[in-house]
Design a protein around this ligand. Structure first.
Ligand code: NI
Length: 167
């Protein structure tokens, strides 16, 4: 299992670079990320959460019932106007759950671990939410960037603890 990076780690704030080589290193990263996601009971994991600033995510909205989606260099091609408001957490922000507004459905294009392009059309529910959440990570965006400054101020104590800057 890979070590997780938590809020306060600079790698979570970087814009990740695209994958250029679909090689054994990438395959190993994806295997390790999948294992880590499963160990942590996550619905998804992004490479920067394990310290790799690369555009790679794994998503499993079935919690181990199916093979996870591996998305390399993913892009959202369509987002529904319809929104959903649901609780969301993040492995890099332990102990924090926030109600966020996301598109109810998204379509995504990406490459698989071997470099084959594919699409996910009209994902909905937890899958739609997880895809949007994990793709935010690739642009250095965290849950706490999607709430109001007032809500965020209320979390400042928790955030400081997570970042290891205890008061
Ligand atoms: Ni997250």
């Amino acid at each position: 299992m890979l070590e997780l990076c938590y809020y306060g780690d600079a790698v979570l704030r970087k814009t990740c670079r695209p994958v250029e080589k679909f090689d054994e290193d990438l395959a190993a990263l994806v295997r390790d990320m999948t294992e880590t996601m499963r160990e942590e009971d996550g619905a998804g994991l992004a490479a920067p959460q394990v310290g790799k600033s690369l555009r790679v995510i794994v998503v499993d909205a079935t919690f181990g019932e199916a093979e996870p989606y591996v998305l390399v260099n993913p892009e959202i091609t369509e987002s529904s106007e319809e929104k959903i408001q649901e609780d969301e957490g993040c492995l890099s922000l332990p102990g924090i759950t926030l109600q966020l507004t996301r598109s109810a459905r998204v379509s995504v294009k990406a490459f698989d671990v071997k470099g084959e392009p594919y699409t996910i059309e009209n994902a909905e529910g937890l899958l739609a939410k997880a895809l949007q959440h994990e793709m935010d990570h690739l642009n250095g965006i965290l849950l706490i960037d999607r709430i109001s400054p007032v809500q965020r101020a209320l979390l400042s104590g928790k955030l400081k603890k997570i970042a290891g800057k205890k008061e």
